[in-house]
Design a protein. Structure first.
Length: 475
């Protein structure tokens, strides 16, 4: 049913209706629309715009409709333009013309902005919960391999040996920032647009402050024009989701590399791998690859909405119909991906011997030679040059750095003596880097504990907000 049309003499052309119709995707907002409508009934009653008897009938019908929507009994039909018109049809089917009285004091403009915020507040909490689960799995795996040695990389070249737990824990650091961004976003976005009307507020005696309280918002959007035209909350959410996508893409990239025959570090659990329809030997890291692939639409959705918003004039415009599909797509993609990725991480086993064997390759201990000379008072520039000479000698001789002769060491720098050999050991090199953010196992263990404590605080916040939100939604 249409929510407008009194001044029109002919019906909308079918092509225009098809273009305008959004109920096929904005039906996701139905539960939030009904909850906000229940709150709106209360302010209509308190403003004496409807009597107590009418308010009771509307409240009862809206709650019935909410149950029917959640159970799938009530659905949109081919004549419904959007979620709002579909639900008003359902209300009128229950109450007759009385159902239309709920429209007083609000517009689809402030209504959809409210519904959309509620949807995002709810689902960003679910995203945050899934991120904590992924981070927890990474930290558990980091703790398991904190004493395992592996080559560290820059430019995909062997750089310096590291604790493999350190290598893994870096992903939890990125996810910790993502959780912080969600919390910051939540605080900024938890404001109610309801009461802004089409753009200018309402002349009727309604109370936006009361509606905001009833819906669990921290307050009301200050300016009614901004309330209906602002989509910063959606753009910012898409940015957070895109950055989470980038971070999980990096996890996927590393897992994919570690599973190759050339590396052979990672062994995937069968439950988180797939095979080939033609090559029976294959065990493919599809979850990791899809973690990479999903970053594409997540970044694209952010770009799409930014482009839609970049020249939006004045208050509400129909362009804003394009704000929801990209958000729904990003939310649903991540909520599908994150549990699978978490399972893959938690169930992967790593080959300690193969990583350890690879750790000193590529002359990754060369910096130890430079640091040894620095301890003897040699300027690092000279020490660096001497270490480079050692690498050149080792390459020509076909040996590792610790296998250079005493004469070869002396030829690189006169201060290079037999004492350097005790530093040309992978475990010793790793253990020596025991700064607060270093790769020494005792440092990494402290880092993991700190990340775990932060994760517990985030999980508590998510739990508290989710309970509060669930209480508000269980009308």
């Amino acid at each position: 049913m249409a929510l407008w049309g009194g001044r029109f003499e002919s019906k909308t052309d079918d092509s225009v209706f098809a273009l305008s119709r959004s109920v096929q995707f904005d039906w996701r907002l139905a539960p939030y629309d009904l909850v906000s409508s229940i709150a709106h009934v209360r302010v209509l009653k308190s403003g004496k715009l409807i009597d107590a008897k009418t308010a009771a009938k509307l409240d009862r019908a809206l709650k019935e409709l909410l149950k029917e929507v959640k159970s799938g009994v009530f659905k949109p039909n081919a004549s419904d333009e959007d979620v709002h018109s579909a639900l008003e049809r359902g209300l009128i089917e229950k109450l007759g013309e009385l159902g239309g009285s709920i429209r007083a004091g609000r517009s689809r403009n402030d209504q959809v902005a409210t519904d959309f915020r509620l949807y995002l507040l709810d689902h960003m909490l679910e995203i945050a919960l899934q991120v904590t689960k992924l981070s927890k799995a990474i930290l558990a795996k980091s703790s398991e391999y904190v004493d395992a040695v592996a080559p560290g990389f820059t430019h995909l070249q062997h750089a310096q040996p590291v604790s493999f737990g350190h290598e893994l824990a870096k992903h939890s650091c990125a996810l910790e920032r993502d959780l912080g961004r969600i919390k910051d976003w939540y605080e900024r976005s938890n404001l109610s647009p309801l009461g802004a009307g089409a753009l200018a507020g309402s002349s009727l005696p309604i109370s936006p402050e009361r509606t905001a309280r009833d819906l669990g918002f921290d307050g009301v959007v200050r300016n009614s024009i901004d309330a209906v035209s602002d989509r910063d909350f959606a753009v910012e959410a898409l940015f957070v989701l895109a950055l989470i996508g980038v971070h999980v893409s990096r996890i996927g990239e590393e897992w994919t590399i570690w599973c190759t025959s050339e590396f052979g570090w990672a062994k995937l659990d069968d439950a988180y791998a797939t095979g080939s329809s033609i090559m029976p030997q294959k065990k493919n890291p599809d979850v990791a690859e899809l973690a990479r692939g999903k970053s594409g639409p997540l970044i694209g959705n952010l770009t799409s909405l930014l482009t839609t918003m970049k020249a939006m004039p004045f208050a509400y415009n129909r362009d804003l119909q394009e704000d929801k599909e990209v958000v729904f797509n990003s939310i649903e993609n991540l909520l599908t991906l994150l549990p699978a990725l978490t399972g893959m991480v938690a169930s992967t086993n790593f080959d300690r011997k193969r990583m350890a064997k690879s750790a000193p390759e590529g002359f990754s201990l060369a910096t130890e030679i430079a640091d040894y000379l620095v301890r003897k008072g040699i300027p690092f520039s000279k020490a660096h040059e001497a270490a480079g000479k050692c690498v050149k000698l080792a390459e020509k001789s076909g040996v590792q750095l610790h296998e250079l002769s005493a004469t070869q060491l002396k030829s690189a720098h006169e201060q290079l003596d037999e004492g350097v050999r005790k530093f040309l050991d992978v475990k010793g090199a790793i253990a020596s880097r025991d700064s607060v953010n270093g790769t020494a196992p005792k440092s990494v263990a402290r880092q993991i504990r700190a990340l775990g404590d932060s994760l517990k605080r985030d999980a508590k916040w998510i739990s508290n907000e989710s309970k509060r939100f669930s209480g508000m939604m269980s009308q």
